[in-house]
Design a protein around this ligand. Structure first.
Ligand code: MG
Length: 364
């Protein structure tokens, strides 16, 4: 195992164009910006992590520029000094460093993340996520393309006014498709109740995060009114949040995103709370690039997750990735990368091409 703090930490701002703008209730993105973290030990070995914070603080309070500053000015100096960062919040920034440190220590010990997590599956069932659509015909076409590509399950992004009609169009076209919806917290209680009444007969796999993140009491009220399984995503920043949601009776399905909850240790804790409560757990994505996606797939294929991955191949949304493409197999599943450490290593030439800023901190 790697001993002591890393001798250097490199941060890179990476920008990759999206295949098409991503439209969700929290905003529109056309370029995927991430911060890539590389930690280096005394023997020159590297470990990698990826900060998934979006370009603007619209999904959660974290955002790309803020994460860059928090990493450079607070998290990395503490890690280089060998002390825990005194940072409140910013779980995605910390997750990137935690994953990089885990990757480094696993590589130093010649071990793999999939083995450490307890991987039950070499590949995980995927679910295509399709952005908000107002034209039902275009939506049915887009969903058809994803099904033709091999997906067996689909989640539609919805918001008030772009919800029942699109869902009904897809349900009519594919009566038996595993279909879910994600509102990204864009409903109030009255609108959420009306939506759940309107979709009650659609046989949805689940409806995710109708109410804003902090409204667990409202989420519990909704759950008393419907038999549609209700998922939480943005509400679950820490394992304590899930414990509160369970105590209130506010959740059926946990969308576990390792980055959003603050890394692998935190994800393991959230999964433990979910398992003890008998909840379904799926592993969600953040439109991450290959480093983050490898970690998501390792988690999705592990004992932490019961319901596969809410994600597809990165080629569905970015024109270029840092690692070789991970594509759907013949069964519509995504293979879990099985290389050393987190399973993948960024391609050096691609990394140079897509880096727009670089910063290195060294142990004093
Ligand atoms: Mg979600």
């Amino acid at each position: 195992m790697s001993a002591g703090p890393p001798v250097a930490v490199e941060l890179r701002r990476v920008e990759v164009p999206l295949v098409a703008p991503i439209v969700a209730a929290h905003g529109v993105e056309s370029v995927r910006k991430v911060v890539l973290v590389r930690v280096v030990d005394e023997e020159g070995r590297s470990g990698w992590g990826e900060c998934e914070a979006l370009a603007a603080p619209t999904y959660t309070s974290e955002w790309h520029d803020g994460a860059w500053a928090v990493l450079r000015d607070h998290v990395v100096p503490a890690v280089l000094d060998g002390r825990p960062p005194k940072v409140v919040g910013h779980p995605m920034a910390w997750a990137a460093v935690e994953v990089a440190l885990v990757d480094l220590s696993l590589r130093a010990a010649d071990r793999r993340l999939v083995d450490v997590l307890g991987a039950a599956r070499p590949a995980v069932a995927s679910r295509a996520v399709v952005g908000i659509a107002t034209d039902p015909d275009a939506l049915v076409h887009a969903v058809g393309e994803r099904i033709a590509a091999g997906h067996r399950a689909v989640k539609l992004k919805i918001r008030p006014g772009a919800d029942v009609e699109p869902l009904r169009a897809v349900r009519s076209a594919w009566p038996h498709l595993a279909l879910a919806a994600d509102a990204n917290g864009s409903y109030d209680l009255d609108a959420a109740q009306a939506l759940l009444r309107a979709v009650d007969d659609m046989g949805l796999d689940h409806v995710e995060q109708l109410l804003p993140a902090g409204d667990l009491v409202g989420a519990a009220r909704l759950r008393q009114l419907t038999d549609v399984p209700l998922a939480l995503d943005e509400s679950l920043v820490r394992a304590d949040d899930l414990a509160a949601a369970v105590a209130l009776g506010a959740v059926d399905v946990v969308n576990l995103k390792p980055a959003r909850v603050g890394g692998l240790t935190a994800a393991t804790e959230v999964a433990r709370v979910a398992r003890e409560a008998g909840l379904r757990v799926l592993c969600g994505g953040m439109y991450e690039l290959g480093v983050g996606r490898a970690v998501s797939l390792a988690v999705a294929g592990s004992v932490l997750v019961s319901d596969g991955a809410d994600i597809g191949p990165t080629s569905a949304y970015v024109r270029r990735d840092l690692v070789p493409p991970i594509e759907l197999d013949a069964d519509g599943a995504l293979p879990v990368p099985h290389g050393p450490g987190i399973g993948v290593t960024p391609d050096a030439a691609v990394l140079e091409d897509v880096t727009v800023e670089r910063w290195v901190g060294e142990r004093r």
